[in-house]
Design a protein around this ligand. Structure first.
Ligand SMILES: *Cc1c(COP(=O)(O)O)cnc(C)c1O
Length: 222
């Protein structure tokens, strides 16, 4: 078995039933994706619009592409036909735009709302309070061409396990609060949190979707 196949199976073995694995293939070549595909992996994550589109055009059509990076408004139109889930919806403007563009192509687009709890200025996302306010406002219910499937969050990029743990707890709390507020939305059930270095802890704190890149494909060459 190849390195990638081995890594993939180690991850699958480490993830409990009920937790979905997004294999984050950003910056990795088509051949690497195909290796994972041939082992049965179907969900792949990309963080750049152009890269996602060019890979999706070449690779098998039954791959489900998840967009996980910061989405620029001018890329929304081009990625919608190729994505099954956008994890990184981080502004009201983006919500409105995705809804409009999805309507234009007669599609309902699955999205996650990105919450920001990490101790860094560089990470995108709504603050927990902003998300609960948004959920209370009723505006989400009026967007007929988006399906709000849950929340995505990232812990602070640190070795401090206590900090990572408290970030995951805060993300899960936000998920629970928003879920209660969107009580009529039965699609709201995905909690996307956990990456190569922290996914076991994320799962322990309620994650049901992990985004794993380097533990499967190796280090990225930027
Ligand atoms: C790159 C990336 C990942 C995967 O990170 P690894 O540490 O390689 O597992 C997960 N989530 C997001 C949002 C990313 O940008």
């Amino acid at each position: 078995m190849s390195k990638i196949s081995n890594n993939l199976h180690s991850c699958i073995d480490a993830i409990p039933v009920g937790v979905k694995l997004v294999a984050v293939s950003k910056f990795h070549p088509i051949e690497s994706i195909l290796e994972a595909y041939n082992e049965g992996q179907r969900i792949f994550g990309e963080s750049r619009a152009n890269e996602l589109i060019s890979k999706a055009k070449i690779l098998p059509k039954d791959i489900q592409w998840h967009f996980i990076g910061h989405l620029q408004t001018n890329k929304v139109r081009s990625i919608l036909p190729y994505t099954t889930l956008i994890h990184s919806v981080d502004s009201e403007r983006l919500i409105t735009l995705i809804d409009q563009e999805a309507k234009r192509i007669d599609q309902i687009t699955n999205i996650l709302l990105q919450v920001h709890v990490a101790q860094e200025d560089t990470k995108y996302g709504f603050l927990p309070d902003e998300l609960t306010t948004l959920a209370r406002s009723g505006t989400l219910e009026n967007k007929k061409n988006i399906r709000i499937c849950g929340i995505m969050g990232m812990a602070t990029n640190t070795d401090d396990q206590e900090r990572i743990k408290s970030d995951f707890i805060a993300i899960k709390e936000t998920f629970d609060q928003v879920k209660t507020l969107l009580v009529k939305n039965t699609d709201f059930c995905i909690l996307s949190m956990g990456m190569s270095d922290d996914y076991p802890l994320a799962i322990k704190h309620g994650s049901n979707m992990v985004r794993i890149g380097s533990s499967i494909f190796g280090n990225r060459e930027y």
